[in-house]
Write a protein that binds this ligand. Structure first.
Ligand SMILES: *Cc1c(COP(=O)(O)O)cnc(C)c1O
Length: 460
């Protein structure tokens, strides 16, 4: 049986408001054709992100009632610490309220101006936290990882030659840490192989450089390893995770992904001296070391979530639900990034609406139409979100890819919802010549995609 049937049944339901097309047309127009400005209540299926949007289990909700809110030494902290140590194996475990705080704490303590941090592809918050310290975030993903139609099974892999060349060029003194993002979010949720992790670890340790994971989607990555690397077919996902982390020296983690919770994160590492310094700073900005900006009950939910996420029936459903949506789009001829990654399906907007040039935001045309017709929220990852300003001419340079991301929250939507999304996109694709581009009416100086206002081209 290939059909990814849900390995859970529904005990509590959250009704979703159904809006009419007329209502949605008004809402999206009033929002300046910016999907971030639509009230979430008026969205039928929200595929904006898989971060912090998971449905917790009855076991996690029950755990919330067992929250021990003691300021220091909460029993939930010890449960959390033991769980993280069992899976990740690192010695020092520091809770934080989100992944980016883990990044901030790490980089604030180890980076100085002029340093370089190589990774496969840095996630935006990681890059921003590195650049904030005057250091360079260097992407070293394999070339296949940048080609939307290359079927390579591990498109998140690091290019070992690029990594070696970076170490030769900058010198190991300027590289305080090497990172790798599993799965590679900014590269389409593509996995990294165990073989590649062993190689990166060997290179890092040959030069005495610590090796850290950005571990947000570690369970999804380990499931792909089990599926695609022969050596691991008979291993449990827990065993795969334990081996994977044994090659590193620490990790940053947003528990809002594979922690199966709505808020939380942590930083873990073997080095005692780094951990001591970081813990002192944690107390300054997040809270005492046994809660780190979270409630005791939140730590309990993370501890339980980290065990549930390794359930292979869950992971089989998770990975196959995402793939199922991708296949339904592919069968209708809709251009998508292949192979489908772990947490999202990406539509190739350049091929979907070739008549809309990058400066008229082809991805946004699809995003707006998807909401207008079907109440679905997706997000543009293209020239609206990612264009960089040329420092001399001030003109916008569009990114290489124009994508629309459909990120799938964990355990939230059924396969019937996925069919609905596929059908809506199929209709839009068949009518694609009618789609029109957009132009900017207002844009702020930074991160314009969040608050920009747009208008359809030709509507003054
Ligand atoms: C979400 C994410 C982060 C940041 O985590 P937050 O909890 O949102 O602060 C870092 N890296 C990757 C790969 C992510 O997906």
């Amino acid at each position: 049986m290939q059909f990814p049937a849900e390995p859970f049944r529904i005990k509590v339901v959250e009704p979703i408001k159904i809006t009419t097309q007329e209502e949605r047309e008004k809402l999206i127009k009033d929002a300046g054709y910016n999907i971030f400005s639509i009230p979430a209540e008026s969205i039928y299926i929200d595929l904006l992100t898989d971060s912090g949007t998971a449905a917790m289990s009855d076991n996690q909700w029950a755990g919330l009632m067992l929250g021990d809110e003691s300021y220091a030494g909460s029993k939930n902290y010890y449960h959390f610490e033991n769980t993280v140590r069992e899976i990740f194996g690192f010695k020092n475990i520091i809770p934080t309220h989100q992944g980016r705080v883990a990044e901030n704490l790490l980089f604030s303590n180890i980076l100085k101006k002029g340093d370089v941090v190589p990774s496969n592809i840095h996630f935006d918050t990681t890059r921003a936290n590195i650049e904030y310290h005057g250091a360079t975030a260097l992407d070293c993903v394999i070339d296949e990882g940048l080609d939307p139609s290359n079927p390579h099974p591990f498109k998140g892999n690091m290019d070992i030659e690029k990594l070696e060349a970076a170490i030769q060029k900058y010198g190991k003194e300027r590289i305080p840490v090497i990172m790798i993002t599993i799965t590679n979010n900014s590269g389409g949720g593509q996995p990294v192989s165990m073989a590649n992790i062993r190689q990166v670890s060997d290179v890092a340790h040959k030069y005495g450089i610590p090796f850290f994971f950005d571990a947000c989607r570690f369970a999804e990555n380990c499931y792909f390893i089990k599926e695609r690397e022969r050596e691991f077919r008979q291993k449990s996902v827990l065993e795969i995770a334990q081996e994977l982390f044994s090659y590193g020296d620490g990790c940053t983690m947003s528990a809002k992904k594979d922690g199966l919770v709505n808020i939380g994160g942590f930083l873990a590492m073997n080095d005692d001296e780094w951990a001591q310094r970081i813990t002192n700073m944690l107390i300054l900005i997040e809270g005492f070391k046994t809660y780190g900006g979270l409630a005791g009950r939140d730590l309990e939910a993370i501890a339980r979530g980290l065990k549930e996420v390794l359930d292979e029936n869950y992971l089989r459903f998770r990975i196959n639900q995402t793939r199922y949506l991708g296949e339904m789009l592919d069968e209708q001829g809709i251009p998508i990034v292949k192979p489908v990654g772990g947490h999202a399906v990406y539509i190739d907007a350049k091929r979907f609406v070739p008549h809309i040039p990058p400066e008229q935001f082809p991805g946004q045309a699809i995003v707006v139409e998807l909401y207008r017709r079907a109440g679905i929220r997706a997000v543009e990852i293209g020239s609206l979100m990612m264009a960089k300003k040329d420092p001399t001419t001030g003109e916008n340079i569009p990114p290489k890819l124009e994508l629309v991301r459909l990120a799938i929250p964990r355990r939230v939507y059924t396969n019937m919802h996925m069919q609905y999304v596929a059908e809506a996109l199929g209709e839009i694709y068949r009518d694609r010549e009618k789609l029109r581009g957009f132009e900017i009416e207002y844009e702020p100086e930074f991160l314009r995609h969040f608050t920009a206002r747009l208008r359809p081209v030709g509507n003054e």
